[in-house]
Design a protein around this ligand. Structure first.
Ligand code: ATP
Ligand code: MG
Length: 199
């Protein structure tokens, strides 16, 4: 499961757990992105923090692991490189790429899209507020994508960051350890107000 995980939240974890159970997967590997090219319009938190929050959030689940392949590779993250690297690490594994409906909707803008389907089966998770456009779904080879209905959690990292900046709680939207990690490292702090420090 690839993601920016800025921060990881319970929407990600429930989707991963559902897909793990649905396909009886040996493990779910969370892969925090390095430099996400789709998000070059905003400052993404340092990869090391996003990686560590993902480790904290997944540590208790024996079927959940976190990979550094994307954050250790230089340059922007493309899913094709993620899948090639994971395949090289686990040549005998059958790979499934877990993604939310919003991300899957963009799949034809991804690099080397045909090879993506050779490397993995795509699992599209329903996500509140997003519907898959039937035309996009039709273009994906039907044996290469499965849509899975996930208990709806209208949580997004953007909303978690905004809530934290406004001083609103993120408890129970993200795992407890992630709430504490955010506080400890002062992530998603509000920018200083223009009047601050003038007297
Ligand atoms: P941001 O708001 O910063 O884009 P996000 O909440 O969308 O953050 P990402 O790290 O972008 O989180 O998402 C990683 C993957 O998890 C994507 O494929 C996304 O579609 C999926 N996902 C995120 N939140 C949910 C959710 N609540 N339910 C189902 N899938 C989700
Ligand atoms: Mg997103």
């Amino acid at each position: 499961m690839g993601g920016t995980f800025d921060p990881i939240h319970h929407g990600h974890l429930v989707a991963a757990s559902e897909v793990q159970a649905w396909f009886d997967l040996d493990e779910v590997v969370f892969v925090p992105t390095g430099d996400p090219w789709q998000k070059s319009d905003r400052d993404v938190t340092e990869a090391e923090h996003r990686y560590l929050m993902t480790v904290v959030a997944t540590a208790a689940n024996p079927r959940f692991n976190v990979s550094r392949v994307d954050i250790d590779r230089h340059g922007p993250t493309y899913t094709i490189d993620t899948l090639r690297d994971l395949k090289a690490e686990m040549p005998d594994a059958e790979l499934f790429f877990i993604t939310g409906a919003d991300a899957l909707a963009d799949i034809f803008t991804w690099r080397d899209v045909q090879e993506l389907f050779d490397l993995a089966t795509f699992v599209g998770c329903t996500r509140p507020g997003y519907t898959m456009d039937p035309e996009t779904l039709e273009k994906i080879p039907s044996d290469k994508v499965t849509m899975v209905e996930i208990p709806a959690l209208a949580i997004s990292s953007t909303d978690c960051r905004d809530r934290h900046r406004r001083g609103e709680p993120v408890w129970y939207l993200v795992p407890d350890g992630v709430v504490q990690y955010i506080a400890k490292h002062d992530l998603y702090a509000s920018p200083p107000s223009p009047t601050e420090g003038t007297n």
